[in-house]
Design a protein around this ligand. Structure first.
Ligand code: ZN
Length: 467
């Protein structure tokens, strides 16, 4: 921190000072683990299935590692931290100087060991640094870097965290995202309407009803798309339909780039999707970086609404299935890509994630509070982003892969009515003695840009476990 004003002197005095150790209100417990797993849709049986867990590498139920920071959090101001707490002092001083809003911008976790039911954590926190004023998208702000150590009841170190906070002057940013965005959207032409005839009416009625209907010959059972006036197989005019499962694979795709059509959202990818039922249809591929689209990629139906009067059947990458048997170190190579996973960002997910991480800040559950902070809507907290990234990696690597570290930097916020797609790749692998580690680089992007970037270090077994 540069030398300067009286404020700087006050802030400087807090750097490196150790705060009062915070004892967790409750031991690590199954109820809060379940609440977290519900929010993150994490079904790793090591977190909740006693039979699986007792036969696992852990020998018992463990908590999701990304919950590390949750256990000792103070709660809904029921137990305020002491007035001499250095992090609190710094934030109070910054608020008095006009930096009244606070958001987390990056999180680094180191997991020394997994937490077990009954562990009682104590967190000790420091202010590591306070930056000079910076211009940010949210407004003029100062970054506060905090460091925390977590110890179990036995005194052993179980993990460390580094959390960067941005304290900013609300509502003075150079970008206030979607408020202005929707105003400018009003000016653009609507997306072209489909031509609907008597033969295709059932298809568009289906779209409005939330179904993807494929024409089916009532006489011979043949499926056709696009719909026809008579069956090309048997010539029958008796035509009905079958509702598709909405699952398919990318058969082919193209990305028209030029000239741009004002009515379309870009990037714009036209896909030919082969449905499970065997027919193909032309659609748009959404919530996927065009560079990541591949022939054969599993996709699923999602209904898009470019404007209130138009609903279209679109396709996004299918959420990858959770691996039941943990990957072995030799099965993984640097450069391996993890399949992309779209995560719908709903108010429910944002609120559930905030509560599961004991984060009662209004910007995560109250749109009015978010608006007062200069934000267009509530936004996902960093612990939820971390939890979703951890779930993504552990679903890919298997239930007994051991997460050793997580680093997340946040960019554009996750607001409701969006989708974040998480993608990842193995960027390196190596062994330290008996320990096999892989480093997975992650990116989570939404329609406004990159929400999160970072990495997760995972320890994998040398050989498969025999059960
Ligand atoms: Zn037929």
């Amino acid at each position: 921190m540069p030398p300067g004003t009286a404020l700087d002197e006050k802030l400087r005095a807090e750097i490196g000072k150790q705060g009062q150790p915070q004892l967790a209100r409750d031991p690590v417990n199954q109820a809060l683990i379940r609440q977290w797993c519900d929010a993150m849709e994490d079904q790793n049986p090591a977190y909740a299935d006693a039979t699986f867990a007792s036969n696992s590498v852990h020998g018992q139920i463990v908590a999701p590692p990304a919950m590390l920071s949750v256990w000792s959090r103070p709660g809904n101001a029921l137990r305020p931290v002491g007035p001499d707490d250095p992090v609190r002092t710094v934030l109070v001083e910054l608020a008095a100087a006009g930096y009244t809003s606070v958001v987390a911008t990056s999180l680094a976790h180191e997991y020394v060991r997994y937490l077990r039911l009954g562990d009682v954590l104590t967190a000790t926190q420091w202010v590591h640094d306070v930056s000079a004023e910076k211009r940010t998208a949210l407004g003029a702000g100062r970054f506060v870097t905090t460091a925390t150590e977590y110890r179990a009841q036995t005194g052993d170190l179980v993990g460390r965290a580094r959390l960067d906070l941005l304290a900013f002057k609300a509502g003075r940013g150079h970008s206030t995202a979607s408020a202005g965005e929707s105003a400018s959207k009003g000016a653009r032409p609507p997306r072209p309407r489909p031509g609907i005839s008597r033969d295709t009416q059932f298809f568009w009625d289906g779209v409005r009803a939330g179904e993807l209907r494929i024409q089916r010959c009532a006489r011979c059972g043949e499926l056709h798309h696009p719909p026809m006036v008579r069956c090309p197989q048997c010539g029958s005019h008796e035509l009905g339909y079958q509702v598709s499962s909405g699952k398919g694979v990318v058969y082919s795709f193209v990305e028209p780039c030029h000239p741009r059509v004002a009515a379309f959202d870009y990037p714009y990818v036209v896909g030919l999707v082969e449905l499970e039922e065997g027919t193909r249809l032309i659609t748009n591929l959404v919530h996927i970086d065009p560079d990541a689209v591949a022939i054969g990629m599993p996709v699923e139906l999602v209904f898009g609404q470019p404007d209130p009067e138009l609903t279209l059947p679109l396709f996004r990458p299918r959420r990858p299935a959770r691996r039941e048997t943990t990957l072995v170190f030799d099965e993984v190579n640097a450069g391996d890509e993890l399949p992309p996973c779209p995560i719908p960002i709903t108010a429910r997910l944002i609120v559930a994630g905030a509560l599961a991480s004991r984060d009662y800040d209004g910007v995560h559950h109250d749109r009015d509070a978010a608006n007062r902070s200069g934000l267009p809507d509530i936004l996902m907290n960093i612990f939820t982003t971390g939890g979703l990234c951890a779930r993504y990696v552990s679903d890919w690597a298997g239930p007994e892969a051991l997460l050793r570290g997580l680093t997340i930097r946040l960019g554009t916020p996750n607001h409701p009515h969006d989708t974040m797609t998480i993608a990842g790749a193995v960027c390196s692998k190596g062994s330290e003695g008996e320990t096999n580690l892989i480093d997975i680089r992650l990116r989570g992007y939404n329609r406004r840009g990159d929400h999160a970037s970072g990495s997760i270090v995972v320890e994998l077994p040398t050989t498969a476990r025999i059960r």
